[in-house]
Design a protein around this ligand. Sequence first.
Ligand SMILES: Cc1ncc(COP(=O)(O)O)c(C=O)c1O
Length: 391
Amino acid sequence: MSIIDDGKKYLMNTYNRIPVVFEKGDGVYLYDENGKEYLDFVGGIAVNSLGYNDEGLKEIIAKQAEKLMHVSNLYYTRPNVELSKKLVEKSDLDRAFFCNSGAEATEGAMKLARMYADKFRNKETKIIAMNNSFHGRTFGAVTATGQLKYQKHLGPILPDVVHIDFNDFDVLKKEALDNCCGIMIEPIQGEGGIRPADKKYLKKVRELCDELDIVLIFDEVQCGMGRTGNMFAYEYFDVVPDVLCMAKGIAGGLPMGAILAREEKARAFEPGNHASTFGGNAICSAAAGYVIDKVESLLENVREQGEYLKGQLEKLKEKYDLILDVRGVGLMLGMEFDRPVSDIISGAFDDGLLLLNSGTNIIRFVPPLIIEKDDIDKCIEILEKHIKNLK
Ligand SMILES: Cc1ncc(COP(=O)(O)O)c(C=O)c1O
């Protein structure tokens, strides 16, 4: 039996996997078991910010593994405390909580909002989230996710979570005035089609949350950690949330999630209120500490290559009517078509280029942040070939 046959037999049937077995990676390239090379514009779904085989990352993981991997949160470890200090010093937030994934981060943020209202306000319970959003697959996170397909067969889901249209301030204000404890927003919707928030809208939401003492949560799981060309996506929008959710790229491929919060809101969590056995374990923390410094040194590259890639995509849009829109920030870009993009993605795959959809009609570009101009040129060449094939 091949690995693929065994995978089909033994793994739960939750993913539509492409039949390829990857064996190793280097820089922005992946290699399958037959040695075929793939240029990677997926980056493990916006995770592998440093690409593959980063020497420094491998070294820090090996060193930490030799010393200590895990001791639980009953105690302190140096890599974990140093990581919390680094995140706080680099951001405008005051305290960190660590977990293992994006869903755990958004779930924790929702709990924080409810607990804050329960302890310090009038026990408001409503959480406002956006249509088209994606916040993860745990019960709370999937309830906040504003796409019904993810909630199918699951009911009843968490009560008091409402969805409204993204970027519509009047509707948001109306909902916020009634029993609301928290508002959760992706500054750039990822799974929802690479849709950035309107800067003015976010500023108004910030003011409203200040006025009503509502916890403003930004889910930067996909758009954070350098992807916009800023360390945190909120810096691009110039609006600081009360609570920031991170995961994906934070530890360069090791599982880690984090919640940062302003002191005033962080106080809602006291010993016993929230926990995660593996959260912030020494090895993931050491990796994240390294990744954050490295990502900081790549921010200029993200801005530069992001602009170049966007420019090249826009040129394609001018040439081909079936491309409706090019949008996004930094190295989080989307290209919307008037038809499904599955044929483009599978054709590109055959030619050694990994691309990712977002919904049926949008190709999303979330490559490693180390990407260079030549890689982009190669991507555009293959992409154009398969756009032409569609016509
Ligand atoms: C914005 C956002 N939030 C949360 C999640 C969930 O993250 P995870 O799959 O690590 O639980 C994702 C995953 O795609 C995401 O894009």
